[in-house]
Ligand binder design. Structure first.
Ligand SMILES: Cc1ncc(COP(=O)(O)O)c(C=O)c1O
Length: 448
């Protein structure tokens, strides 16, 4: 028996049941469609870090818009129950609460990597010797591609900024992949995750050369959550802009983007935010940039001052705040799905969700610790402040067989090459009994 967050943990179904009884958010599971196995039993759905479950209210929200389209056609822009013209505004306050932002700093638009590019256009402005971008070496590939393509776009891949490296030709001082303006953070030898002190030391060491620090809020592979406040402070002391990719943090961690003074952030809403496949994404731009109208930005009519947008003038006058980064008129059906989900977040509250999440993942960690098998280890930090709900389990000397065995027993997890199984119990719809059942199934599968 052990104690975590003042709760006594035991590896027993009775303990899991007790924890479920005490869970003040337990009724929220009923608000989601949970996939079932062939026998009609609930699966163990631990892939909310990939695609969140569908709220039972989503069809109603989407149908309302389909109905209004049927009835009002073009007039739905003004006369739909929730008029389409200002529709994105209906999401702003709730989304702002999820990420700890002011409404003026928050906008729902596009998809994640598109928003990242839009932010980089405005906030990555290499100048003189200040051209470097700090990222994690293990950043999600889309972020790496986005950043590399921006370096290329600015023609700052090679020293002197004259041209990108030719293939096989890193000039003196360049790195192998030709991206000498990238500083890639790597864990120390023998470690799987980054130490905050090492991140800060790297930023300090390159202070005069860094234009931008761009990290994930939570690393998709290891599940490590970064100290965004400390990193933002360090980046700003170095004179750099600081941005975060919150794909794995939004709806997972309690975020305080405004108070942490982050310059910009982007996130998707198909993971923890449960808005469905390819859902519309979010962006945060700190209030202090709200009237920086001279920042470079790629413009489109939906970012134009809404009072004069329909005068259709030739000059672009951006709106104040994050809305001024919008480009196109928004996808209403996707936004309807996101509204359904954000209602649930508002009802539960990020604080209560996070409290449950710490216990739920703590229980999972406790049960994994009880499994006496040298092949498995957790690479996610054990400090709850350095992780969200995900644990990444490394399976030594394994191929995908263990993962396949879990899948065949009704476990939805995911496999990341070369040897990691990611499991993410989501506090909105996962229970302590799910966690217990998972650990039992894993134990069984390890026997073979
Ligand atoms: C951390 C992270 N960044 C970026 C992306 C890419 O997002 P999108 O395809 O929505 O642009 C993902 C997708 O899973 C992700 O996990």
């Amino acid at each position: 028996m052990t104690t975590s967050s003042k709760i006594e943990f035991e590896a027993s179904p009775a303990c899991a049941g007790r924890l479920d009884t005490l869970d003040i958010l337990k009724s929220f599971r009923e608000k989601f469609f949970m996939p079932r196995d062939a026998d009609g039993a609930d699966v163990i759905y631990f892939t909310g870090n990939s695609l969140g479950l569908q709220p039972k209210t989503t069809p109603e929200y989407v149908m309302q818009e389909l109905k209004d389209w049927e009835v009002f056609a073009v007039e739905g822009h003004l006369h739909a129950k929730h008029p389409w013209l200002p529709y994105h505004e209906f999401l702003t306050e709730q989304m702002a609460r999820v990420v700890g932002a002011q409404p003026i700093e928050t906008v729902v638009m596009n998809s994640l990597t598109v928003n990242l590019h839009l932010m980089l256009v405005s906030f990555y402005r290499p100048s003189g010797t200040r051209a470097k971008i700090v990222i994690e070496k293990g950043a999600f590939p889309s972020d790496q591609y986005a950043v590399q393509s921006q370096l290329k776009f600015h023609n700052v891949l090679s020293p002197g900024f004259s041209r990108p490296f030719a293939q096989g030709e890193p000039p003196e001082g360049g790195t192998q992949n030709g991206t000498q303006n990238l500083i890639e953070l790597t864990p120390r030898d023998g470690e799987s995750t980054l130490r905050t002190e090492d991140i800060i030391e790297t930023i300090d060491r390159h202070a005069d050369e860094i234009a931008l620090v761009l990290l994930g809020g939570v690393n998709y592979y290891t599940g490590q959550a970064f100290d965004m406040k400390a990193i933002t402070e360090a980046g700003h002391s170095a004179g750099a802009i600081v941005g975060f990719d919150l794909a794995h943090a939004a709806g997972n961690l309690e975020l305080h983007l405004h108070d942490w003074d982050v310059d910009f952030a982007v996130w998707c809403s198909y993971k923890y935010l449960n808005a469905g496949p390819g859902a519309v994404a979010g962006a945060f731009i700190h209030e202090r940039h709200a009237e920086s109208f001279d920042l470079h930005r790629f413009a489109g009519w939906w970012g134009h001052d809404k009072a004069t947008r329909f005068l259709m003038g030739p000059e672009f006058h951006p709106m104040r705040g994050a809305e001024g980064w919008q480009i196109s008129n928004p996808p209403i059906l996707q936004m309807a799905a996101l509204r359904a989900s954000l209602e649930i977040f508002d009802e539960a509250g990020m604080n209560a969700l996070r409290q449950k999440s710490v216990k739920l993942t703590g229980y999972l960690e406790f049960l994994l610790d009880q499994i006496d098998d040298q092949r498995i280890s957790v690479i996610t930090p054990s400090d709850p402040n350095q992780r969200g709900c995900q644990l990444s389990i490394r399976v030594k000397d394994s191929d995908k067989n263990l993962f396949n065995a879990l899948t065949s027993r009704g476990v939805f997890a995911d496999w990341r090459e070369p040897d990691v199984i990611r499991v993410a119990p989501a506090p909105l719809y996962n229970s302590f009994s799910d966690v217990y059942r998972f650990a039992e199934i894993l134990k069984d599968c390890l026997k073979f």
